[in-house]
Design a protein around this ligand. Structure first.
Ligand code: F3S
Length: 406
């Protein structure tokens, strides 16, 4: 691998042990994937932030790195935590767990993440970190990677936990995979004949396509979607998240909508075709036989203000009989409070949960064993990571389950 003089000096330890260790990781990853060089990245998004996932060993690993002098060299954001960093007791977390989760965030603060005020979220592009067309970044959360590559036209592989931290410390990643033009051509044309209306329909479509195409790059034709129509970005957010969860899709194109598909032909010669006639298999694959639900979860990936406003509208004057949690970034929650939509949700018995993600929380320990989700990705991980039974349905259907009309 070709390295610049500065990269060689960092690798030799001239900028201290923390940078040396980061360079060793970045170079080793680059070599595994046959990168010829490293490339500078404009931003990094770090995963492995939930204390439930990384545990004491992960916290120690990060704390030792920080103590060695690890400091980020580019703007860096964090993936969600397990609990809301402020109202964790309302969620049912105990003080010991919340303290350890806060300790993880504090280590990242020590490293300079978020200029000392990190905003844990899987949708950093909703809160001011939206890379531009062709910009190289190193992001870790699969749904954010999909959004950055596809909807924004930026370039990122899905970085692993330590790999993303290392990339943040040196501001570089290996030039391979999604960073190279050759790998950004679509390899399968997806012809959508099914009717799509709701955000969950896009999520169901993503679950079906992700399971079928695995790691390929799909090109969607026939989606009833126009740029700048209401919720167009949220629909793509839902589609990409589900494909990344059910398969490992890091990039997709949508005819006339996504930036690379608008700029030039992106369908590779010899690409296969996949026809989608029905969405029901996407819903069915994530519906367990449950007699009741004890939580409704909205906000996977983290909800936008528009999504929260839709829930508020649906709940106005009604009362929930089971808890509703809407996960989002803290600035989005603050905006929802400022605009009054949070009050409608809270009056109905729902909660806006900032910072956190239910799929990486100890959901069963909190007393939830069957959860309704409007997101295929959310249901997929709740079932596989949190071990709960799931109902995957539209927002209206989820709310109908949870509502007791007053
Ligand atoms: Fe985000 Fe958690 Fe869903 S990280 S994409 S809310 S599974």
């Amino acid at each position: 691998m070709q390295l610049t003089d500065q990269e060689r000096a960092w690798l030799a330890g001239e900028a201290g042990p923390a940078t040396k260790r980061a360079m060793e990781i970045v170079v080793a990853l680059g070599q595994i994937y046959h990168a010829e060089r490293l490339i500078p990245v404009a931003s990094v998004q770090i995963s492995g932030v939930s204390y439930r996932n990384i545990g004491a060993a992960g916290l120690d690993f990060l704390a030792n790195w920080a103590a060695e002098g690890a400091r980020v060299r580019v703007p860096t954001t964090l993936n969600p935590t397990a609990n809301d960093l402020q109202i964790w007791s309302e969620q049912g977390f105990d003080a010991g767990f919340a303290a350890k989760q806060q300790a993880v965030v504090d280590v990242f603060v020590q490293m300079g993440v978020g200029d000392g005020h990190p905003v844990p979220t899987c949708a950093p592009y909703l809160v001011g970190n939206a890379p531009g067309l062709g910009e190289h970044v190193a992001w870790a959360e699969s749904s954010a990677v999909s959004y950055a590559n596809s909807v924004l036209g930026a370039r990122t592989n899905r970085e692993g936990g330590p790999g993303a931290v290392a990339a943040a410390l040196v501001g570089r990643t290996g030039a391979y995979g999604m960073h190279l033009n050759a790998n950004r051509q679509a390899t399968v044309r997806v012809e959508v004949r099914a009717q799509l209306q709701t955000l969950s329909d896009y999520s169901a479509l993503g679950a079906i396509v992700g399971q079928r195409v695995r790691k390929q790059v799909p090109y969607f034709a026939g989606l009833p979607l126009e740029r700048d129509a209401p919720l167009w970005q949220e629909k793509l957010k839902a589609l990409g998240a589900a494909m990344a969860a059910a398969g490992a899709v890091a990039l997709y194109h949508v005819e006339d909508v996504t930036p690379e598909a608008r700029a030039a032909p992106v369908l590779a010669d010899g690409a296969g075709t996949l026809v989608i006639d029905h969405l029901m298999p996407g819903y069915a694959m994530l519906n367990d036989p449950v007699e009741h639900i004890d939580l409704v979860w909205v906000g996977c990936p983290h909800a936008s203000l528009a999504e929260i406003a839709r829930v508020a509208e649906a709940l106005r004057g009604k009362q929930l009989r089971v808890p509703l949690w809407i996960t989002c970034a803290r600035p989005i929650k603050e905006a929802a409070i400022a605009q009054g939509v949070a009050a409608d949700i809270e009056a109905a018995g729902g909660r806006l949960i900032a910072d956190a993600c239910m799929a990486i929380a100890p959901v069963r320990d909190l007393g939830f064993t069957s959860v309704a989700a409007v997101s295929a990705k959310g249901a997929f991980y709740l079932r596989n990571l949190a071990g709960v039974k799931t109902r995957f349905a539209t927002l209206d259907d989820c709310l109908a389950l949870a509502l007791q009309e007053t």
